[in-house]
Write a protein that binds this ligand. Structure first.
Ligand SMILES: [Zn+2]
Ligand SMILES: [Zn+2]
Length: 203
């Protein structure tokens, strides 16, 4: 097979991420795996914190995302932390018990072991990838953060205003309904995006 970037050269490696055949010159390799230029550019962490402190790395690994950020994996760390804090606020805001609590525990363990897996890679001088947790094909822009803030802010404000006039059990009912509605909304949104992407591909 020939190198994806140099059609005249024989490929020596296969990119561990996208599977492109690549030649010696195009490969970023650590002896364990090889990455093509593009994947290394987008996912490879260039400023890995190799002088990490073992004690702090362990302490940070107890808070989802913190150890990732400490080691230089900003994207993955940020997403883990946002989901973690999001689950905490969901539990506080909507009084929903088991489901987010369960997700909370899973996320905590996932993040903990993931952090220690990455620490091991850093120790062994392997290439570390800053993979975002998931790809929803949603381009995250400041706009989305702005909408998020507006929605959370409005809900909190409504909560303060209505607290004195609406009976407690009604507020409780509304709040517990918000979370399932949110999930349904999110599911519908993702489905809509996927369907639209499929339609665009056919064209
Ligand atoms: Zn690649
Ligand atoms: Zn090449």
């Amino acid at each position: 097979m020939k190198c994806h970037y140099h059609p005249e050269r024989e490929a020596q490696y296969t990119c561990a991420e996208c599977g492109k055949p690549i030649c010696e010159e195009c490969a970023h390799t650590d002896g364990v795996k090889a990455l093509c230029k593009e994947c290394y550019q987008t996912l490879g962490v260039k400023d890995v914190n190799k002088d990490y402190n073992k004690f702090w790395a362990f302490v940070f690994s107890l808070l989802p995302g913190a150890a990732h950020m400490y080691l230089g994996l900003m994207q993955r760390g940020f997403i883990l932390m946002v989901i973690f804090l999001g689950l905490i606020s969901l539990m506080n805001l909507f009084f929903i018990g088991p489901l987010p609590a369960f997700a909370f525990v899973i996320l905590w363990f996932y993040s903990f072991f993931d952090a220690h897996h990455i620490i091991k890679k850093v120790k062994n001088n392997e290439i570390v990838l800053d993979k975002p947790f998931f790809r929803l094909d949603i381009q995250f822009k400041s706009l989305h953060a702005a909408y998020g803030l507006l929605i959370v802010g409005s809900l909190s404000l409504l909560n303060v205003i209505f607290k004195d006039y609406v009976p407690w059990h009604v507020i409780y009912k509304i709040r517990t309904m918000l979370f399932p509605l949110l999930l349904i909304g999110l599911g519908a949104f993702i489905l809509f995006r996927i369907k639209r992407a499929e339609r665009n591909q056919v064209k």
